[in-house]
Design a protein around this ligand. Sequence first.
Ligand code: ADP
Ligand code: ASP
Ligand code: MG
Length: 407
Amino acid sequence: MSLIVQKYGGTSVADVERIRYVARRVTACRQRGDDLVVVVSAMAGETNRLLALARDVAADPDRRESDVLVSTGEQVTTALLAMALTHGGCPALSLLGHQVRIATDSAFGKARIRSIDDGRIRAALAAGRVVVVAGFQGVDDDDNITTLGRGGSDTSAVALAAALRADSCEIYTDVDGVYTSDPRICPQARKLDRISYDEMLELASLGAKVLQIRSVEFAKRYAVPVHVRSSFTDTPGTWVVEEEASMEDILVSGVTSDRDEAKITLLRVPDQPGLAGRIFGPIADANIVVDMIIQNASAEGTTDLTFTVPKADFRQAMGLVERLAREIGAAGVRTDESVAKVSIVGLGMRSHAGVAAKMFRTLADVGINIQMIATSEIKTSVVVDAKFVELAVRVLHDAFIGGAAST
Ligand code: ADP
Ligand code: ASP
Ligand code: MG
């Protein structure tokens, strides 16, 4: 008998019909003899609807209250699925984040899981029940409700699988696996059978929202095999697993894009030791993750410093940057919110030269200007004008991965 954690995303629980369908699927698995913990997201669109309500009552809603609000989406689906299961003859118990005790820090809206108490879940499993856990939510040391950031139910599921030492974690979504690129942007994209944790980590952090990045961090750290698959079919999906020898042969396994960042440039910053620390220190203290950074040295003892931050943190970052610019005597601040990051990811990049050069040439051939560049062992990213993002993804996919070959 195995213990499996299954997670059903928003489209899989979008309405009552689909919740009944998920209940039938879960019941069938249960009848095969497995113990099941099922994590659910809110109904598709519900989290956005709740966030819009918050903005209707306050321009910059209080983050604690915002978490109280958005966590209700998952409360609804958790209860409905548990009811549907029990009604269909499969005894189930719903548990919210604080009832399990999914303990997090207090970073409202982007909290990190610190520990999970498995006692109540194990007791319910031992009593023969399926346990339905609300995704996306936790509780901090002061019993405040927290949420884990958009797409956070993936992380709830994988963290639960790690805490319970589950045999696998199945992520049911509206695509049948992880593709070489977002199939909505790139029709040529094809499904991968297997992908390493490290590549998936890069793909997720570079815009492939099929898995939340922290879920992949947990999977890697605790060696949880993750199976991304469709809730609408029975075809096998993509296994996210430890690296295997043959994976290095593939130069580029994915092309991603991300429009969720904005670019900030501090103009003519005095070129002195310690200034970068003075600028990025307060931004880090505000829990804002700076992504790409470039510094252009100038002849007159000043430099332009350009970096990107998540759009969600842009207003807060600008508040800090404008104050810092005055303090350090920069000439001004320029911003650009219509940028996009396009990246290629692959283990093979470790051992092959010339991949970045080919990427730049491919973009130049279609007249796309590169504004910023960042590389790591297994990825190269560029920032381009947002209006070129889809074209960039398609030409790079063509150049490195090609058309619809079989996997
Ligand atoms: P869920 O609500 O089930 O969590 P998401 O919308 O969060 O689903 O994630 C699934 C979506 O991720 C897909 O519909 C697809 O458009 C998008 N996606 C982006 N990049 C990829 C990729 N490389 N492979 C598969 N899906 C991707
Ligand atoms: N409902 C949350 C969101 O829309 C969490 C999730 O779906 O994973 O971001
Ligand atoms: Mg998701």
